[in-house]
Write a protein that binds this ligand. Structure first.
Ligand SMILES: Nc1ncnc2c1ncn2[C@@H]1O[C@H](COP(=O)(O)OP(=O)(O)O)[C@@H](O)[C@H]1O
Ligand SMILES: [Mg+2]
Length: 344
């Protein structure tokens, strides 16, 4: 694809939901695989030092692909909300540049903000308004014409339709969170940010949210969610980024990351200690403890379970007996420690 054509396509006026799909579904261009599409969000050299002097982001570079579900994973205080705040124009960056659909977020604030829906981490709602009024008003804030049909669809998607005439203050915490999502979708954004959407929500809402996110992705919306739950990233994301102390330490396809993260260990206490690993067991990924009394087998959660059967068969054939065994799964903590070690 020539540069001119790229520009032409990205400069198309913002259109709701399906705009991006239209681009993807355009007549196939053999020279232009989808991967070559310019990123929907591009973050370069982004740093943030708060007025307190605290540095929350350190030269972050990150590209979000069109139409993907991207999970930004990191412990509390890592800088996730700060990063989202900058892209949404709520927090001002100290250094660096962010573009959304090719437009600089500062030079073209209204244009880029209009493309984005944000579901904030904290519950912030207008207590006295009704659900319907809140969501409709939110749409108006972006200068869009009223569209009761769209508002109705959004409320129905979020199981809020029955509550449309209720004042926000009468709703449960879970329902208020649904209202925040409805507000974020009121202006048909192309990019949706969900900041810790499922922290402390019930199972039903979590599942509804996951279903909604997938449906949005199917409509061509790019979804960026932050979480400190590995399971959530595993369940939802196409790609995962890990942030720690303001630094992006890893960005990877989920499948690849889960292969690395989902490590498990099986430890066998042997009946009699070994001097060395028998050569017949060399094909297995085994570690012998210093005193020769324990064998540890490390495997990942995806697809290596059959390895255990083979290992046990080979142990038996080698005449090794064990008196006890333990399994252990790497925790999120271990994973972060491992990642940090790896990058050091
Ligand atoms: N307005 C602020 N002033 C000073 N420090 C802040 C401010 N907002 C956030 N921080 C600090 O910046 C760090 C990153 O915060 P945040 O982006 O909220 O992280 P996360 O969302 O990953 O938990 C934290 O240490 C937090 O205390
Ligand atoms: Mg946060």
């Amino acid at each position: 694809m020539s540069k001119e054509r790229v520009r032409e396509r990205t400069d198309r006026p913002a259109r709701p939901f399906r705009a991006h799909r239209d681009v993807l579904d355009a007549a196939p261009d053999p020279l232009s695989p989808v991967g070559a599409m310019p990123p929907i969000i591009s973050i370069t050299g982004l740093s943030k030092v708060y007025a307190s002097g605290f540095q929350a982001l350190r030269s972050v570079n990150l590209e979000i692909r069109r139409g993907e579900i991207f999970a930004l994973l990191g412990p509390n205080g890592a800088g996730k909300t700060t990063l989202i705040g900058i892209v949404c124009g709520i927090v001002s960056p100290t250094e660096g540049r962010v573009t959304v659909d090719g437009h600089d977020i500062r030079a073209a604030y209204r244009k880029t903000r209009r493309l984005i829906g944000l579901v904030p981490q904290e519950l912030t709602t207008d207590a006295f308004e009704t659900v319907w009024a809140t969501v409709s008003f939110s749409r108006g804030l972006f200068g869009l014409k009223p569209d009761p049909g769209h508002v109705e669809r959004v409320l129905k998607d979020l199981s809020l339709w029955e509550k449309r005439d209720s004042r926000i203050m009468t709703l449960s915490g879970g329902m208020k969170r649904r209202v925040l999502i409805a507000k974020a979708l009121s202006h048909e954004p192309q990019v949706l940010f969900l900041d810790e959407p499922t922290a402390g929500v019930d199972v039903e809402l979590r599942q509804d949210m996951w279903r909604l996110v997938r449906r949005l992705r199917d409509q061509g919306v790019t979804v960026i969610l932050t979480t400190h739950y590995i399971e959530e990233a595993e369940e939802m994301a196409d790609r995962v980024g890990v942030i720690r102390r303001g630094e992006i330490i890893l960005v990877e396809e989920k499948a690849e990351l889960m292969r690395k993260l989902g490590r498990k260990q099986l430890t066998l206490q042997l009946q009699s200690p070994l001097d060395a690993l028998p050569p017949a067991l060399a094909v297995h990924r085994l570690d012998l403890s210093a005193d020769g009394s324990e064998l540890t087998y490390t495997y990942d959660s995806q697809g290596e379970r059959t390895g255990i059967t083979a290992l046990l068969t080979d142990l038996r054939a080698a005449g090794l007996r064990f008196r006890d065994l333990q399994t252990r799964q790497s925790s999120l903590e271990d994973i972060f420690v491992d990642l940090v070690k790896e990058r050091a």
